[in-house]
Design a binder for this molecule. Structure first.
Ligand code: PLP
Length: 433
């Protein structure tokens, strides 16, 4: 009887949602979250769901980490907001911290925003302003946000762009080295060569490199399918950027903050960004994003040319400072690498001989499982079915990929080995059923 009443309570909210919430807001799991702790989300029935989605790579230190909660509670009581009317102590402390953990010593100047899309926009405004050049080159399959400019930069799915034309121009999009879906699946070098041949054509026939302000690239494509470019691609892109005075913007919105077994994914190839974008996991669940660049560039951008009312509010900054402390004190970089290796090995072993699993790939705890239909084409049907089955077994996973054919695993980096094994059991069952 009590159970039935609680269930009604859950349903009542879903009905209210239908009545009052704009349906454009798509949700994956049809459960109403009431609270969460660590690796678990509890719905209104009190049912526990193992969270392998972390609010799209946000809750990397686990839900409601006590140190992040304490920092937020303290800050809320002290100072919630001043915007640019005064200097904000936490903003300055966080800027210092981000400079300390940046992947290259040259990155020493920070700007804070509220969301990933906003930091993409800010970085492009900076690149255009300081180079005096209009164009952006980015890569097919990428996702950079949902504002109008970032929609124009996003090609992970037509669905996000359709019926939004005309979109802002001066954006040139070339192929990303997606080895698994390339004609040269067995030859990483050729996959990369093909991209640079395309860039060569672009520079000779479509846009002069002197008109290009920046390259914008995800070190691992997120929404596009957890696609890891072959080694050497980012190094070559850095070289090409240098040849033409083009700035290299690295979008670490999804891959940053220990997720891939390094503080930032770009460190796997030791490439120096001119501007690096951070968001999602930065503040343990509070809304915050940032871009970091060199003073040499940022000091050419006069005060007030860019700004934000809420960007870098003290509460989010306090959460970010606590989150970075947790990452460092709990050795979450090493943990992501260790658990990621175990998961990847077990899933790759499971995939052997199963032609519906095309590829299992990943770095650290950013793992994708790509599904195929009978003809070896991307299978959204498989990915959706697996996600559905996982939810029936009370585990939340998200899909991604240009055709929705990939299950992505982005658990809290704090999850226990027991939780990891449980997750893998549920997943393997779902992929067998
Ligand atoms: C790589 C990347 N860049 C930018 C964004 C946009 O971030 P936000 O949704 O916070 O605007 C996302 C969001 O998924 C992303 O994955």
């Amino acid at each position: 009887m009590v159970m039935a009443e609680t269930k009604n309570q859950n349903l009542a909210y879903l009905e209210m949602d239908e009545k009052y919430v704009n349906p454009v807001l798509a949700r994956s799991a049809r459960i109403v979250a009431e609270r969460a702790q660590g690796s678990w989300i509890y719905d209104m029935n009190g049912d526990a769901y193992l969270d392998m989605s972390t609010g799209i790579a946000v809750n990397s230190v686990g839900h409601c980490h006590p140190k992040v909660v304490a920092a937020v509670q303290k800050q809320v009581a002290e100072l919630m907001h001043t915007s640019v009317t005064t200097y904000n102590k936490r903003y300055i402390e966080l800027a210092k911290k981000l400079v300390e953990i940046a992947p290259d010593k040259s990155l020493d100047s920070v700007f804070l925003t509220n969301s990933g899309a906003e930091c993409v926009e800010g970085a492009i405004k900076l690149a255009r302003y300081v180079t005096g050049r209009p164009c952006v080159i980015n890569f097919r399959g990428s996702f950079h946000g949902r504002t109008i400019f970032t929609t124009a930069l996003t090609t992970s799915k037509l669905y996000y762009r359709e019926k939004q034309e005309p979109l802002p121009g001066s954006i040139h999009t070339v192929s990303f080295p997606y080895q698994y879906r390339s004609h040269f699946r067995d030859d990483a070098d050729k996959v990369v060569d093909e991209v640079f041949a395309e860039l060569d054509v672009l520079f000779h026939q479509i846009v002069h490199p002197e008109q290009v302000a920046c390259f914008l690239v995800e070190p691992i494509q997120g929404e596009g399918g957890y696609v890891i470019p072959p080694k050497g691609f980012l190094t070559r892109l850095r070289k090409l950027a240098d040849e033409h005075g083009i700035l290299l913007i690295i979008d670490e919105v999804q891959s940053g903050f220990a997720r891939t077994g390094k503080m930032f994914a770009i460190e796997h190839e030791a490439v120096r960004p001119d501007i690096m974008l951070m968001a999602k996991a930065i503040a343990g669940g509070m809304p915050l994003a940032a871009f970091i660049t060199r003073k040499e560039l940022s000091h050419k951008w006069p005060p007030g040319r860019h700004g934000s009312t809420f960007g870098g509010n003290p509460v989010s900054c306090a959460a970010a400072l606590a989150t970075i402390d947790v990452i460092q004190q709990e050795n979450l970089i090493e943990r992501a690498e260790k658990l990621g290796k175990i998961m990847l090995e077990r899933l790759q072993k499971f995939a052997k001989g199963k032609d519906y699993i095309g590829e299992v790939r990943g770095r650290g705890l950013m793992i994708g499982i790509e599904f195929n239909d009978k003809n070896g084409k991307p299978s959204k049907e498989w990915a959706d079915k697996v996600a559905e089955r996982c939810l029936e077994d009370k585990m939340i996973v998200l899909t991604c990929g240009t055709g929705g054919q990939v299950i992505r695993l982005i658990p809290p980096l704090t999850m226990s080995e027991e939780e990891m094994n449980k997750a893998l059991d549920i997943l393997e069952k779902a992929m067998t059923a």
